[in-house]
Design a protein around this ligand. Sequence first.
Ligand SMILES: Cc1cc2nc3c(=O)[nH]c(=O)nc-3n(C[C@H](O)[C@H](O)[C@H](O)COP(=O)(O)O)c2cc1C
Length: 405
Amino acid sequence: MVERGRAEKKGNGAAARLRQRFPTIDDLRRRARGRVPRFGFDFVDGGANDEICIDRNTSAFQAIELLPHYCVDGKVTTDTQLFGKTYAAPIGVAPMGSAGLIWPGAEKLFAAEAQRQCIPYVLATPGNASIEEIAAIAPDVFWFQLYRFPYNDHAITYDLVRRADEAGAHVLVPTVDSAGKSKRPRDIRNGCRVPFPINPWTTWQVLTSPAWTMQLLRNGMPITANLVPYAEKANQNSTAEVMQLRSGGSHTWEELKRLRDRWKRPFVVKGILHPEDAERAVAMGADGIWVSNHGGRHFDGAPASIDVLPAIVSAVGSRATVVIDSGIRGGLDVVRALALGAKFCFTGRCFAYGLGALGPAGAPHVADLFLDEIKTELLHVGARSVAEAATIKVRHPNAWRFDNY
Ligand SMILES: Cc1cc2nc3c(=O)[nH]c(=O)nc-3n(C[C@H](O)[C@H](O)[C@H](O)COP(=O)(O)O)c2cc1C
């Protein structure tokens, strides 16, 4: 069994009280909405265009039925092997850029909790903490997500890869689903951009969110920390400018191949929805495919990632590790994904809502909810392990069907 420092192990009554007051992710989301400035909450909660894809993601999970086996004896374990490591459960923290908007200092809190619980934490390229800072906090569980910087023959891209390698990131995760600019109406209405507009409306939001504001004062203005070496100054505007002017587009197949050849540890391509793209990524040398629609933040017309998962597993599941995010809101969704062939799950927003709602107690509470629920739902379906969950019978009415997968 993976040893982890869970709060309840120490007989912590506070953790039990949180479980009673906030038993679901939706409880945390509601509380975060009341505690975080509107621009920060909407940045995390919102999505592209009409935000249909966000709802599609969650309702697609809800539509999936699992057929339980009863009369099964034995202890349940959630321990999960992934890329040669054993994690405490098949759930990790997905990469989120500018997570400091929901709670200043978010990345360090995510990393510390992931290390404590032994679950993966994926630092985003545009995160508000650097590769080196996160490596020091979460040396055993830290992965790095990579965006594309075509400027100057990818000099920044390759330097980020070098730094992630030297810092000991376990897995490199190039994201490919950010081909164009995303249009997020809530961010546009809130004026959520860099440089951040200081006007009566945003000032009011900050002043009426005292816990968030105290945290901002302690942490300072969030910056795109990984880009400091490539910026004129180590401040918000300068680092955000590097992101805006120097990055963009989807890594091409040829670029992915070059990255693959440089990176000697596991390589997982994030943002795959088409089984043909999954095939191509595996043929190019990817160890893993991360099925995702970016939580509906980029392309509102995308299918729910869970609805294309079975076709992708059928295409590449025997040759690569398939993991998934977008719409997972609890342990039952994790077990649904496992039953459909995913080897591991991630969520971004659940952890972000936890921080917005509870500050430093948020990530531990969300991790506790997931770990407990995964175990309970495995018991409910009659599976004693993550491997056994893959054998559970599933009804998946909205699954995409392809002739050849
Ligand atoms: C606020 C926010 C920022 C994000 N930033 C990134 C990013 O920088 N890189 C990336 O690959 N994915 C990013 N994502 C997408 C997540 O990694 C993940 O795919 C998404 O959160 C899954 O949706 P869910 O959390 O609603 O289940 C971001 C998501 C959120 C909510």
